[in-house]
Design a protein around this ligand. Structure first.
Ligand code: HAX
Length: 430
Protein backbone atom coordinates (compact mmCIF):
# COMPACT_ATOMS: atom_id res chain seq x y z
CA UNK A 1 0.00 0.00 0.00
CA UNK A 2 2.76 2.34 0.97
CA UNK A 3 4.03 2.91 -2.54
CA UNK A 4 0.59 3.18 -4.15
CA UNK A 5 -0.53 5.49 -1.34
CA UNK A 6 2.62 7.62 -1.68
CA UNK A 7 2.31 7.75 -5.45
CA UNK A 8 -1.31 8.91 -5.25
CA UNK A 9 -0.53 11.37 -2.46
CA UNK A 10 2.16 12.92 -4.66
CA UNK A 11 -0.13 13.14 -7.70
CA UNK A 12 -3.39 14.35 -6.18
CA UNK A 13 -2.50 18.02 -5.53
CA UNK A 14 -1.68 18.53 -9.22
CA UNK A 15 -4.88 16.75 -10.29
CA UNK A 16 -6.92 19.03 -8.06
CA UNK A 17 -5.16 22.13 -9.34
CA UNK A 18 -5.72 21.11 -12.96
CA UNK A 19 -9.40 20.39 -12.39
CA UNK A 20 -9.94 23.67 -10.53
CA UNK A 21 -8.14 25.64 -13.25
CA UNK A 22 -10.20 24.00 -16.02
CA UNK A 23 -13.44 24.79 -14.22
CA UNK A 24 -12.34 28.34 -13.36
CA UNK A 25 -11.06 29.25 -16.81
CA UNK A 26 -13.35 27.20 -19.06
CA UNK A 27 -16.28 26.22 -16.86
CA UNK A 28 -18.83 27.62 -19.33
CA UNK A 29 -17.39 26.01 -22.45
CA UNK A 30 -19.99 23.75 -24.08
CA UNK A 31 -18.75 20.18 -24.64
CA UNK A 32 -21.99 18.41 -25.50
CA UNK A 33 -25.52 19.01 -26.69
CA UNK A 34 -28.47 16.77 -25.95
CA UNK A 35 -31.36 16.09 -28.29
CA UNK A 36 -34.71 14.48 -27.58
CA UNK A 37 -33.56 11.18 -29.08
CA UNK A 38 -30.71 11.04 -26.56
CA UNK A 39 -32.95 11.99 -23.66
CA UNK A 40 -35.17 9.01 -24.48
CA UNK A 41 -32.20 6.93 -25.61
CA UNK A 42 -30.19 6.18 -22.48
CA UNK A 43 -28.22 9.46 -22.78
CA UNK A 44 -26.10 7.76 -25.44
CA UNK A 45 -23.23 9.99 -26.54
CA UNK A 46 -23.95 12.75 -24.01
CA UNK A 47 -20.66 13.95 -22.53
CA UNK A 48 -21.57 14.72 -18.96
CA UNK A 49 -19.02 13.17 -16.63
CA UNK A 50 -15.26 12.79 -16.29
CA UNK A 51 -13.36 9.51 -16.08
CA UNK A 52 -9.57 9.40 -16.39
CA UNK A 53 -8.93 5.72 -15.67
CA UNK A 54 -9.82 4.64 -19.20
CA UNK A 55 -11.38 5.79 -22.42
CA UNK A 56 -13.41 3.76 -24.91
CA UNK A 57 -12.91 5.12 -28.36
CA UNK A 58 -15.37 3.87 -31.03
CA UNK A 59 -12.50 3.07 -33.40
CA UNK A 60 -9.79 1.94 -30.95
CA UNK A 61 -11.64 0.27 -28.11
CA UNK A 62 -10.50 0.31 -24.53
CA UNK A 63 -7.49 2.51 -23.81
CA UNK A 64 -6.24 2.47 -20.24
CA UNK A 65 -4.40 5.62 -19.26
CA UNK A 66 -3.29 6.12 -22.85
CA UNK A 67 -2.31 2.47 -23.48
CA UNK A 68 -4.54 0.37 -25.80
CA UNK A 69 -5.73 -2.75 -23.98
CA UNK A 70 -4.13 -5.03 -26.58
CA UNK A 71 -0.71 -3.84 -25.38
CA UNK A 72 -1.56 -4.69 -21.78
CA UNK A 73 -2.76 -8.25 -22.37
CA UNK A 74 0.37 -9.78 -20.80
CA UNK A 75 0.30 -7.62 -17.68
CA UNK A 76 -0.88 -8.80 -14.28
CA UNK A 77 -4.22 -7.45 -12.99
CA UNK A 78 -2.41 -5.92 -9.98
CA UNK A 79 -0.26 -3.91 -12.39
CA UNK A 80 -3.41 -2.79 -14.16
CA UNK A 81 -4.95 -1.62 -10.88
CA UNK A 82 -1.86 0.47 -10.16
CA UNK A 83 -2.02 1.85 -13.71
CA UNK A 84 -5.73 2.66 -13.42
CA UNK A 85 -5.15 4.57 -10.19
CA UNK A 86 -1.94 6.41 -11.03
CA UNK A 87 -1.57 6.50 -14.80
CA UNK A 88 1.74 4.61 -14.57
CA UNK A 89 2.66 0.96 -14.58
CA UNK A 90 4.37 0.01 -11.30
CA UNK A 91 8.09 -0.71 -11.14
CA UNK A 92 9.10 -4.07 -9.68
CA UNK A 93 9.29 -2.79 -6.08
CA UNK A 94 5.90 -1.05 -6.22
CA UNK A 95 4.29 -4.16 -7.70
CA UNK A 96 5.84 -6.36 -4.98
CA UNK A 97 4.61 -4.02 -2.24
CA UNK A 98 1.09 -3.95 -3.67
CA UNK A 99 0.99 -7.74 -3.99
CA UNK A 100 2.23 -8.19 -0.40
CA UNK A 101 -0.32 -5.71 0.82
CA UNK A 102 -3.15 -7.53 -0.95
CA UNK A 103 -1.97 -10.85 0.49
CA UNK A 104 -1.97 -9.40 4.01
CA UNK A 105 -5.58 -8.29 3.59
CA UNK A 106 -6.89 -11.46 1.91
CA UNK A 107 -8.46 -13.14 4.96
CA UNK A 108 -12.25 -13.12 4.54
CA UNK A 109 -14.22 -12.55 7.77
CA UNK A 110 -16.07 -15.68 8.95
CA UNK A 111 -19.40 -13.83 9.01
CA UNK A 112 -19.25 -13.49 5.19
CA UNK A 113 -19.28 -17.28 4.81
CA UNK A 114 -22.09 -17.55 7.38
CA UNK A 115 -24.23 -15.12 5.36
CA UNK A 116 -23.48 -16.85 2.05
CA UNK A 117 -24.21 -20.27 3.49
CA UNK A 118 -27.55 -19.02 4.84
CA UNK A 119 -28.70 -17.86 1.40
CA UNK A 120 -31.07 -20.05 -0.64
CA UNK A 121 -29.07 -22.66 -2.53
CA UNK A 122 -30.48 -21.52 -5.86
CA UNK A 123 -29.37 -17.89 -5.38
CA UNK A 124 -27.60 -16.54 -8.44
CA UNK A 125 -23.81 -16.45 -7.83
CA UNK A 126 -23.76 -12.73 -8.64
CA UNK A 127 -26.41 -12.10 -5.99
CA UNK A 128 -24.17 -13.95 -3.54
CA UNK A 129 -21.13 -11.96 -4.65
CA UNK A 130 -22.88 -8.61 -4.36
CA UNK A 131 -24.29 -9.60 -0.96
CA UNK A 132 -20.82 -10.59 0.30
CA UNK A 133 -19.47 -7.17 -0.68
CA UNK A 134 -22.36 -5.39 0.99
CA UNK A 135 -22.19 -7.38 4.19
CA UNK A 136 -18.53 -6.39 4.67
CA UNK A 137 -19.64 -2.75 4.77
CA UNK A 138 -19.63 -2.98 8.55
CA UNK A 139 -15.81 -2.85 8.30
CA UNK A 140 -15.71 0.30 6.15
CA UNK A 141 -12.88 2.62 7.11
CA UNK A 142 -14.46 5.36 5.01
CA UNK A 143 -17.70 5.25 6.98
CA UNK A 144 -15.88 5.01 10.33
CA UNK A 145 -13.67 8.00 9.60
CA UNK A 146 -16.50 10.00 8.04
CA UNK A 147 -18.55 9.59 11.20
CA UNK A 148 -15.52 10.87 13.15
CA UNK A 149 -15.43 14.04 11.06
CA UNK A 150 -12.81 13.17 8.42
CA UNK A 151 -11.78 16.17 6.32
CA UNK A 152 -12.84 16.21 2.65
CA UNK A 153 -9.19 16.15 1.46
CA UNK A 154 -8.75 12.82 3.26
CA UNK A 155 -11.69 11.00 1.66
CA UNK A 156 -9.52 9.41 -1.00
CA UNK A 157 -7.21 7.69 1.41
CA UNK A 158 -9.97 5.86 3.25
CA UNK A 159 -11.57 5.07 -0.13
CA UNK A 160 -8.20 3.54 -1.06
CA UNK A 161 -8.09 1.62 2.21
CA UNK A 162 -11.60 0.16 1.66
CA UNK A 163 -10.79 -0.58 -1.97
CA UNK A 164 -7.66 -2.53 -1.10
CA UNK A 165 -9.55 -4.51 1.52
CA UNK A 166 -12.16 -5.37 -1.08
CA UNK A 167 -9.81 -6.19 -3.94
CA UNK A 168 -7.70 -8.41 -1.68
CA UNK A 169 -10.69 -10.47 -0.59
CA UNK A 170 -12.75 -10.68 -3.79
CA UNK A 171 -10.93 -13.65 -5.41
CA UNK A 172 -11.31 -15.73 -2.23
CA UNK A 173 -14.98 -14.78 -1.90
CA UNK A 174 -15.72 -15.38 -5.58
CA UNK A 175 -13.92 -18.73 -5.59
CA UNK A 176 -15.74 -19.72 -2.39
CA UNK A 177 -19.06 -18.88 -4.06
CA UNK A 178 -18.09 -21.05 -7.03
CA UNK A 179 -17.27 -24.03 -4.80
CA UNK A 180 -20.49 -23.53 -2.84
CA UNK A 181 -22.79 -22.88 -5.79
CA UNK A 182 -21.50 -25.79 -7.85
CA UNK A 183 -21.18 -28.11 -4.85
CA UNK A 184 -17.60 -28.81 -5.84
CA UNK A 185 -16.51 -29.39 -2.26
CA UNK A 186 -14.72 -27.41 0.40
CA UNK A 187 -13.20 -24.02 -0.20
CA UNK A 188 -9.58 -24.19 -1.34
CA UNK A 189 -7.20 -22.07 0.76
CA UNK A 190 -5.30 -19.29 -0.95
CA UNK A 191 -1.69 -19.95 -1.99
CA UNK A 192 0.27 -16.88 -0.87
CA UNK A 193 3.05 -17.65 -3.38
CA UNK A 194 0.73 -16.93 -6.30
CA UNK A 195 -0.19 -13.63 -7.88
CA UNK A 196 -3.77 -12.32 -7.54
CA UNK A 197 -5.15 -13.81 -10.79
CA UNK A 198 -3.35 -17.15 -10.52
CA UNK A 199 -4.44 -17.51 -6.89
CA UNK A 200 -8.05 -16.99 -7.95
CA UNK A 201 -7.60 -19.74 -10.57
CA UNK A 202 -6.07 -21.98 -7.91
CA UNK A 203 -8.94 -21.40 -5.42
CA UNK A 204 -11.57 -22.19 -8.07
CA UNK A 205 -10.08 -25.69 -8.16
CA UNK A 206 -10.18 -26.18 -11.94
CA UNK A 207 -7.50 -28.77 -12.87
CA UNK A 208 -4.67 -26.89 -14.54
CA UNK A 209 -1.77 -29.20 -15.43
CA UNK A 210 -0.43 -26.83 -18.12
CA UNK A 211 -0.82 -23.56 -16.21
CA UNK A 212 -2.90 -22.16 -19.09
CA UNK A 213 -6.04 -21.81 -16.97
CA UNK A 214 -4.10 -19.52 -14.62
CA UNK A 215 -2.95 -17.59 -17.71
CA UNK A 216 -6.55 -17.31 -18.87
CA UNK A 217 -7.65 -15.99 -15.48
CA UNK A 218 -4.90 -13.36 -15.47
CA UNK A 219 -5.94 -12.34 -18.98
CA UNK A 220 -9.62 -12.35 -18.05
CA UNK A 221 -8.98 -10.17 -14.99
CA UNK A 222 -6.88 -7.75 -17.04
CA UNK A 223 -9.25 -7.42 -20.00
CA UNK A 224 -12.44 -6.78 -18.00
CA UNK A 225 -10.97 -4.32 -15.50
CA UNK A 226 -12.54 -1.05 -16.68
CA UNK A 227 -14.53 0.42 -19.58
CA UNK A 228 -14.62 4.16 -18.86
CA UNK A 229 -17.24 5.78 -16.63
CA UNK A 230 -20.64 5.66 -18.30
CA UNK A 231 -21.31 1.92 -18.61
CA UNK A 232 -24.08 0.64 -16.35
CA UNK A 233 -21.95 -0.89 -13.60
CA UNK A 234 -19.34 1.87 -13.45
CA UNK A 235 -22.00 4.57 -13.56
CA UNK A 236 -24.08 2.87 -10.85
CA UNK A 237 -20.96 2.62 -8.66
CA UNK A 238 -20.05 6.23 -9.43
CA UNK A 239 -23.52 7.55 -8.63
CA UNK A 240 -23.83 5.70 -5.33
CA UNK A 241 -20.27 6.71 -4.37
CA UNK A 242 -21.00 10.33 -5.25
CA UNK A 243 -23.47 10.44 -2.34
CA UNK A 244 -20.43 9.52 -0.17
CA UNK A 245 -21.83 6.06 0.41
CA UNK A 246 -18.63 4.11 1.12
CA UNK A 247 -16.90 1.83 -1.44
CA UNK A 248 -18.65 -1.31 -0.17
CA UNK A 249 -22.07 0.18 -0.92
CA UNK A 250 -20.91 1.66 -4.20
CA UNK A 251 -19.14 -1.44 -5.56
CA UNK A 252 -22.01 -3.70 -4.54
CA UNK A 253 -24.39 -1.38 -6.43
CA UNK A 254 -22.12 -1.52 -9.47
CA UNK A 255 -22.20 -5.33 -9.35
CA UNK A 256 -26.00 -5.28 -9.40
CA UNK A 257 -25.80 -3.32 -12.66
CA UNK A 258 -23.47 -5.97 -14.04
CA UNK A 259 -26.24 -8.53 -13.53
CA UNK A 260 -28.25 -7.28 -16.51
CA UNK A 261 -28.41 -9.40 -19.70
CA UNK A 262 -27.52 -6.37 -21.81
CA UNK A 263 -24.36 -5.82 -19.75
CA UNK A 264 -22.44 -8.33 -17.61
CA UNK A 265 -24.82 -11.23 -18.07
CA UNK A 266 -24.27 -11.18 -21.82
CA UNK A 267 -21.34 -13.61 -21.60
CA UNK A 268 -23.65 -16.21 -20.06
CA UNK A 269 -26.18 -15.64 -22.85
CA UNK A 270 -23.48 -15.89 -25.51
CA UNK A 271 -22.34 -19.29 -24.42
CA UNK A 272 -25.96 -20.44 -24.31
CA UNK A 273 -26.32 -19.32 -27.91
CA UNK A 274 -23.23 -21.28 -28.96
CA UNK A 275 -24.20 -24.42 -27.05
CA UNK A 276 -27.74 -24.33 -28.48
CA UNK A 277 -26.20 -24.25 -31.92
CA UNK A 278 -23.86 -27.13 -31.14
CA UNK A 279 -26.73 -29.21 -29.79
CA UNK A 280 -29.02 -28.50 -32.72
CA UNK A 281 -26.39 -29.38 -35.32
CA UNK A 282 -24.63 -32.12 -33.30
CA UNK A 283 -21.30 -30.33 -33.43
CA UNK A 284 -19.86 -27.45 -35.42
CA UNK A 285 -22.55 -26.22 -37.85
CA UNK A 286 -21.81 -25.50 -41.49
CA UNK A 287 -21.60 -21.84 -42.49
CA UNK A 288 -25.07 -22.00 -44.03
CA UNK A 289 -26.60 -23.58 -40.91
CA UNK A 290 -24.94 -20.94 -38.76
CA UNK A 291 -26.21 -18.12 -40.96
CA UNK A 292 -29.77 -19.51 -40.91
CA UNK A 293 -29.66 -20.05 -37.13
CA UNK A 294 -28.63 -16.40 -36.63
CA UNK A 295 -31.38 -15.13 -38.93
CA UNK A 296 -33.97 -17.27 -37.14
CA UNK A 297 -32.89 -15.74 -33.86
CA UNK A 298 -33.12 -12.20 -35.21
CA UNK A 299 -36.51 -12.87 -36.78
CA UNK A 300 -37.83 -14.19 -33.47
CA UNK A 301 -37.08 -10.73 -32.04
CA UNK A 302 -33.90 -11.59 -30.12
CA UNK A 303 -30.48 -9.98 -30.30
CA UNK A 304 -27.34 -11.92 -31.20
CA UNK A 305 -25.56 -11.96 -27.86
CA UNK A 306 -21.96 -10.78 -27.85
CA UNK A 307 -22.43 -8.58 -30.91
CA UNK A 308 -22.94 -4.83 -30.96
CA UNK A 309 -21.90 -2.18 -28.50
CA UNK A 310 -23.17 1.15 -27.24
CA UNK A 311 -19.83 2.84 -28.04
CA UNK A 312 -17.54 0.56 -30.06
CA UNK A 313 -17.67 0.46 -33.84
CA UNK A 314 -14.93 -2.13 -34.39
CA UNK A 315 -14.15 -5.66 -33.25
CA UNK A 316 -13.54 -5.24 -29.54
CA UNK A 317 -9.76 -5.53 -28.96
CA UNK A 318 -10.56 -7.62 -25.88
CA UNK A 319 -12.30 -10.10 -28.20
CA UNK A 320 -9.14 -10.10 -30.31
CA UNK A 321 -6.91 -10.79 -27.27
CA UNK A 322 -9.10 -13.75 -26.24
CA UNK A 323 -9.26 -14.96 -29.84
CA UNK A 324 -5.46 -15.03 -30.00
CA UNK A 325 -5.34 -16.93 -26.69
CA UNK A 326 -7.88 -19.51 -27.97
CA UNK A 327 -6.11 -19.89 -31.32
CA UNK A 328 -2.90 -20.69 -29.40
CA UNK A 329 -4.29 -22.88 -26.63
CA UNK A 330 -7.41 -24.66 -27.97
CA UNK A 331 -7.79 -24.09 -31.73
CA UNK A 332 -9.59 -27.41 -32.26
CA UNK A 333 -12.04 -27.09 -29.37
CA UNK A 334 -15.59 -27.43 -30.74
CA UNK A 335 -17.09 -24.52 -28.80
CA UNK A 336 -14.16 -22.24 -29.63
CA UNK A 337 -14.46 -23.23 -33.30
CA UNK A 338 -18.15 -22.28 -33.35
CA UNK A 339 -17.29 -18.91 -31.77
CA UNK A 340 -14.62 -18.34 -34.41
CA UNK A 341 -17.10 -19.25 -37.18
CA UNK A 342 -19.78 -16.94 -35.76
CA UNK A 343 -17.18 -14.17 -35.99
CA UNK A 344 -16.75 -14.92 -39.71
CA UNK A 345 -20.48 -14.94 -40.43
CA UNK A 346 -22.57 -12.87 -38.00
CA UNK A 347 -21.18 -9.39 -38.75
CA UNK A 348 -22.44 -9.72 -42.35
CA UNK A 349 -25.83 -10.96 -41.11
CA UNK A 350 -26.15 -7.97 -38.77
CA UNK A 351 -25.03 -5.58 -41.52
CA UNK A 352 -27.65 -7.06 -43.82
CA UNK A 353 -30.31 -6.70 -41.12
CA UNK A 354 -29.21 -3.09 -40.81
CA UNK A 355 -30.28 -2.35 -37.24
CA UNK A 356 -27.21 -2.70 -35.01
CA UNK A 357 -24.90 0.30 -35.29
CA UNK A 358 -21.99 -1.98 -34.46
CA UNK A 359 -22.11 -5.41 -36.14
CA UNK A 360 -18.83 -6.54 -34.55
CA UNK A 361 -18.20 -8.83 -31.57
CA UNK A 362 -17.67 -7.49 -28.07
CA UNK A 363 -15.67 -9.26 -25.36
CA UNK A 364 -18.63 -11.37 -24.23
CA UNK A 365 -18.84 -13.17 -27.57
CA UNK A 366 -15.78 -15.25 -26.74
CA UNK A 367 -14.81 -15.24 -23.07
CA UNK A 368 -17.26 -18.01 -22.11
CA UNK A 369 -15.98 -20.42 -24.76
CA UNK A 370 -12.49 -20.32 -23.23
CA UNK A 371 -13.75 -20.85 -19.69
CA UNK A 372 -15.84 -23.74 -21.01
CA UNK A 373 -12.79 -25.30 -22.62
CA UNK A 374 -11.05 -25.53 -19.25
CA UNK A 375 -14.07 -27.12 -17.57
CA UNK A 376 -15.54 -24.00 -15.99
CA UNK A 377 -18.88 -24.89 -17.51
CA UNK A 378 -21.32 -23.31 -15.03
CA UNK A 379 -22.04 -20.23 -17.06
CA UNK A 380 -24.33 -18.57 -14.53
CA UNK A 381 -21.04 -18.01 -12.66
CA UNK A 382 -19.35 -16.08 -15.48
CA UNK A 383 -20.63 -12.67 -14.44
CA UNK A 384 -18.90 -13.11 -11.09
CA UNK A 385 -15.57 -13.45 -12.89
CA UNK A 386 -16.40 -10.25 -14.72
CA UNK A 387 -17.30 -8.64 -11.39
CA UNK A 388 -14.00 -9.59 -9.73
CA UNK A 389 -12.10 -7.92 -12.53
CA UNK A 390 -14.40 -4.91 -12.87
CA UNK A 391 -13.99 -4.12 -9.17
CA UNK A 392 -10.48 -2.92 -10.09
CA UNK A 393 -11.86 -0.17 -12.32
CA UNK A 394 -14.77 0.70 -10.04
CA UNK A 395 -12.42 1.15 -7.09
CA UNK A 396 -9.85 3.15 -9.07
CA UNK A 397 -12.61 5.48 -10.30
CA UNK A 398 -13.96 5.89 -6.76
CA UNK A 399 -10.54 6.72 -5.30
CA UNK A 400 -9.92 9.38 -7.93
CA UNK A 401 -13.40 10.86 -7.56
CA UNK A 402 -12.99 11.14 -3.81
CA UNK A 403 -9.56 12.73 -4.36
CA UNK A 404 -11.08 15.31 -6.69
CA UNK A 405 -14.06 15.92 -4.43
CA UNK A 406 -16.44 15.07 -7.29
CA UNK A 407 -19.89 16.28 -6.20
CA UNK A 408 -23.05 14.24 -5.94
CA UNK A 409 -24.38 13.07 -9.33
CA UNK A 410 -27.64 14.81 -10.13
CA UNK A 411 -28.49 15.22 -13.83
CA UNK A 412 -31.68 17.12 -14.60
CA UNK A 413 -34.57 15.04 -15.86
CA UNK A 414 -37.39 16.56 -17.88
CA UNK A 415 -40.97 15.44 -18.42
CA UNK A 416 -42.48 14.29 -21.71
CA UNK A 417 -44.86 17.27 -21.48
CA UNK A 418 -41.86 19.63 -21.27
CA UNK A 419 -40.26 17.93 -24.28
CA UNK A 420 -43.52 18.13 -26.22
CA UNK A 421 -43.93 21.83 -25.60
CA UNK A 422 -40.25 22.48 -26.33
CA UNK A 423 -40.49 20.52 -29.58
CA UNK A 424 -43.66 22.38 -30.58
CA UNK A 425 -42.13 25.75 -29.70
CA UNK A 426 -39.23 24.85 -32.00
CA UNK A 427 -41.67 24.06 -34.81
CA UNK A 428 -43.54 27.35 -34.33
CA UNK A 429 -40.26 29.26 -34.29
CA UNK A 430 -39.16 27.55 -37.53
N1 HAX B 1 -28.39 -8.33 -32.39
C1 HAX B 1 -29.54 -7.86 -32.89
N2 HAX B 1 -29.93 -6.58 -32.85
C2 HAX B 1 -29.07 -5.72 -32.29
C3 HAX B 1 -27.83 -6.12 -31.77
C4 HAX B 1 -27.49 -7.48 -31.82
N3 HAX B 1 -26.36 -7.96 -31.32
N4 HAX B 1 -27.19 -5.03 -31.27
C5 HAX B 1 -28.02 -4.00 -31.47
N5 HAX B 1 -29.16 -4.42 -32.07
C6 HAX B 1 -30.35 -3.63 -32.36
C7 HAX B 1 -30.88 -3.02 -31.08
O1 HAX B 1 -31.65 -3.96 -30.33
C8 HAX B 1 -31.67 -1.86 -31.59
O2 HAX B 1 -32.89 -2.35 -32.08
P1 HAX B 1 -34.26 -1.52 -31.87
O3 HAX B 1 -34.07 -0.27 -32.65
O4 HAX B 1 -35.31 -2.43 -32.44
O5 HAX B 1 -34.40 -1.28 -30.39
C9 HAX B 1 -30.83 -1.41 -32.79
O6 HAX B 1 -30.01 -2.53 -33.16
C10 HAX B 1 -29.91 -0.25 -32.50
O7 HAX B 1 -29.13 -0.57 -31.37
P2 HAX B 1 -27.65 0.04 -31.18
O8 HAX B 1 -27.78 1.52 -31.08
O9 HAX B 1 -26.75 -0.50 -32.22
O10 HAX B 1 -27.19 -0.60 -29.81
P3 HAX B 1 -27.43 -0.05 -28.33
O11 HAX B 1 -26.37 0.96 -28.03
O12 HAX B 1 -28.85 0.36 -28.11
O13 HAX B 1 -27.19 -1.36 -27.47
C11 HAX B 1 -26.09 -3.37 -26.85
C12 HAX B 1 -25.91 -1.90 -27.30
C13 HAX B 1 -24.74 -3.91 -26.44
C14 HAX B 1 -27.03 -3.41 -25.63
C15 HAX B 1 -26.68 -4.14 -28.04
O14 HAX B 1 -25.78 -4.12 -29.13
C16 HAX B 1 -27.03 -5.57 -27.70
O15 HAX B 1 -28.12 -5.84 -27.18
N6 HAX B 1 -26.08 -6.55 -27.95
C17 HAX B 1 -26.28 -7.91 -27.56
C18 HAX B 1 -26.05 -8.09 -26.06
C19 HAX B 1 -24.58 -7.92 -25.70
O16 HAX B 1 -23.69 -8.41 -26.37
N7 HAX B 1 -24.31 -7.20 -24.59
C20 HAX B 1 -22.96 -7.03 -24.07
C21 HAX B 1 -22.38 -5.67 -24.38
C22 HAX B 1 -20.99 -5.50 -23.81
C23 HAX B 1 -21.09 -5.22 -22.34
O17 HAX B 1 -21.49 -4.18 -21.87
N8 HAX B 1 -20.74 -6.19 -21.55
O18 HAX B 1 -20.87 -6.06 -20.23
Amino acid sequence: MAKLYEKLASQIPALRTEMQALVKEHGNKVISEVNIGQAFGGMRGVKGMVCDTSVVDPDTGLVIRGIPIGQLANRLPEEIFYLLCTGELPDAASLRTLQEDLRNRAQVPAYVWDVLEAMPKDSHPLTMYSTAILVMERDSEFRRRYSEGMRKEEYWDSALEDSLQLIAKLPTIAAGIYRMHTRKGNRIPSNPKLDWGADYAHMLGIPDPTGEFANLMRLYMTLHCDHEGGNVSAFACHTVGSALSDPYYAVSAGMNGLAGPLHGLANQECLNFVLEMREKFHGVPSDEQLRQFSWDRLKSGHVIPGYGHAVLRITDPRFTAFHEFGARVCPKDEVFSIVANIFRIVPDVLKEQGKAKDPWPNVDAISGSLLYHFGLTEFEYYTVLFGVSRALGMCAQLIINRALGTPITRPKSISTAWLRSTANAGRTAA
